[in-house]
Design a protein around this ligand. Structure first.
Ligand code: AQP
Length: 344
């Protein structure tokens, strides 16, 4: 089992993992280290694993239809290129399994306005113009709860930014079980942790690395070639001090902390072991090491993605087969939910 699992639930429920990524543009190193790498690890642990291209979430902000279609396939290709194996994991896109939206509606009726109003991601994404944000963006966490609970998933690997949404998923499950006096939905465990739970922007160590940041220099994209990676790391913000030999020496140094954490996560090392090797070096020596490691990890993934995108019928078949399997799990859970509520 992955070291980051925080506790052992979950009584009668089978150990089942669900997680998703939005096809809202090219993937970043943050998505890879915070989520997809963990997906692959859990696929090889003792779990049933279900991974989803959450396209219904992507349309909470406007998407160009042609680009969306392309992004859905590219994301599925990057899942497979990163090591997700359709023979071991169910891979599919959310809109192909209508049970997500149906259960999402039920959870819109369980979740409270006050809960949603506390969600910091809505505030960040809606910005100053919240009145003009879509209702879907506001209700996003109820659909996310449905994605997870439609499968009775017990564990959800995500980056640190999704922690609050996972807490809301737990609140929805608890409230549903309480309101209908039945132990029906599991209280899901988040799987968050490791040095790259929150990869930060290369330009500003206080901001999350994000696909939608207007500055391409702020992120490493999974499809960046070695020259692009080298250029971005060379330009990454740092400070004037050398690297410490213990984590304590990174306190208050957000940019240094971020680069060392990325290096550690890429090499499956702890921060302590990395710092014991590189302590005393200057950034001018460390940055080329980081470039080399990032290129060694990302180049094979990006060329495999290119190869997979050459055979769209095969990729679509993987997604269709995955949707069929996902639906066969979600359908009886939705039906039982309707029974409990009194809808059929
Ligand atoms: N910077 C990050 N560090 C660690 N994990 C991250 N994740 C995202 N950014 C980081 C994790 O990736 C998974 C999928 O994220 P998503 O695409 O569904 O949504 P997001 O969190 O909104 O990601 P972005 O890149 O910031 O997208 P945009 O710019 O479209 O909003 C999640 O598990 C997330 O935690």
């Amino acid at each position: 089992m992955s070291e980051a699992v925080q506790s052992e639930p979950i009584g009668k429920f089978k150990k089942r993992v669900f997680s998703g990524v939005q096809p809202s543009g090219g993937l970043t190193l943050g998505n890879y280290l915070g989520a997809i790498k963990r997906f692959v690890q859990m696929q090889n642990d003792d779990y049933e694993t279900i991974y989803c291209v959450v396209d219904l979430h992507a349309i909470t902000v406007w998407q160009n239809p042609k680009m969306l279609r392309q992004n859905i396939r590219e994301l599925a290709a990057s899942f497979i290129a990163s090591g997700l194996d359709p023979k071991k994991s169910i891979l599919f896109n959310q809109s192909a399994v209508p049970e997500h939206a149906q259960l999402g509606w039920v959870f819109n009726c369980v979740a409270r306005m006050g809960w949603m109003q506390r969600m910091t991601q809505f505030k960040d994404k809606a910005g100053k113009n919240a009145q003009n944000a879509s209702l879907g963006l506001f209700g996003y966490p109820a659909l996310m709860a449905a994605d997870i609970l439609a499968y009775h998933a017990t564990h959800v690997p995500v980056g640190d930014d999704q922690k609050q949404h996972l807490e809301l998923t737990r609140d929805i499950a608890i409230k549903f079980n309480h309101d209908y006096e039945i132990d029906f939905f599991p209280v899901t465990e988040p799987v968050i942790g490791g040095p790259a739970a929150r990869v930060m922007s290369l330009r500003d160590g206080t901001k999350k690395m994000s696909k939608s940041d207007p500055s391409d220099l702020s992120r490493i994209n999974m499809t960046d070639n070695s020259d692009m990676i080298a250029n971005k790391i060379r330009k990454a913000k740092t400070d004037q001090y050398g690297l410490p030999s213990e984590p304590k020496g990174l306190e208050g140094r957000a940019e240094a902390q971020n680069l060392v954490s990325i290096y550690a996560a890429l090499g499956d090392q702890s921060l302590e072991s990395v710092l014991s090797e590189i302590g005393g070096k200057q950034f001018s020596d460390f940055k080329p090491m980081l470039v080399e490691r990032a290129t060694a990890v990302l180049s094979p993934i990006s060329s495999e993605m290119g190869r997979i995108m050459q055979d769209i019928p095969q990729l679509d078949k993987v997604l269709n087969d995955g949707a069929f399997k996902a639906k066969s799990l979600a359908e009886p859970i939705l039906k039982k939910t309707f029974d409990i509520i009194g809808l059929n």
